[in-house]
Design a protein around this ligand. Structure first.
Ligand code: CUA
Length: 195
């Protein structure tokens, strides 16, 4: 359908966008969008394959002393493993880490875990709502007093990940930082076969 064009004025300095010009712009933007989409798609796959990105696996269903259905009494923390925060190895060889968030720090401030072994991290808060995000992973949870956030992950390679509180929790919120240090598995840490 063609509409009658208004007659061009002598002082009409603004050039009209011609149909073919629009089409070229659209092609360029569409091309950029495709390149970005492909880049993101490929980089996520490469990241998973190379092990730089630690994905949360299924956890839970595991019994923790003093914790029922992911809930605990913050006043009774002494009766739970959170009384002694940090990494522990269970009798069956599984690794569990207990992290306590409180204004304005994580305990332990530096959590050391071995590379290449699944670790289940449990986090709870002693006071107000905090956040627990481990940079470079998809661990990112709200930490609510009275509740336990649990996730199982395997850190693929040695390195250091910052942990940050990403829920505003008070005047020291911006200082609430910690670290997960992933260490190369030592020969002593390897369990003898047949155990
Ligand atoms: Cu703890 Cu913000």
């Amino acid at each position: 359908m063609t509409r009658p064009q208004p007659p061009s004025q002598p002082g009409d300095a603004v050039p009209r966008l011609e149909h073919h010009t629009l089409k070229r712009y659209e092609s360029i933007w569409f091309g950029i969008a495709v390149v970005i989409s492909l880049f993101l798609f490929v980089s996520v796959i490469v990241s998973f394959i190379s092990g730089t990105y630690s994905a949360i696996g299924g956890g839970g269903g595991h019994h923790i002393t003093g914790v029922t259905n992911g809930r605990l009494d913050p006043r009774n923390i002494a009766a739970t493993p959170f009384a002694k925060p940090g990494l522990r190895e269970n009798a069956d060889g599984t690794l569990e880490a207990f992290v306590v968030a409180k204004a304005f720090a994580f305990d332990p401030p530096v959590l050391r875990v071995p590379a290449g072994r699944p670790v289940t991290i449990h986090v709870t808060s002693l006071d107000v709502m905090h956040g627990y995000e481990v940079e470079g992973t998809n661990i990112n949870a709200s930490v609510i007093p009275g509740q336990v956030a649990s996730f199982t992950t395997t850190f693929g390679r040695p390195g250091s990940h910052g942990t940050i509180c990403n829920e505003y929790c008070g005047t020291g919120h911006h200082n609430m930082l910690g670290r997960v240090v992933v260490e190369a598995p030592t020969p002593q840490a390897a369990r003898p076969a047949g155990e």
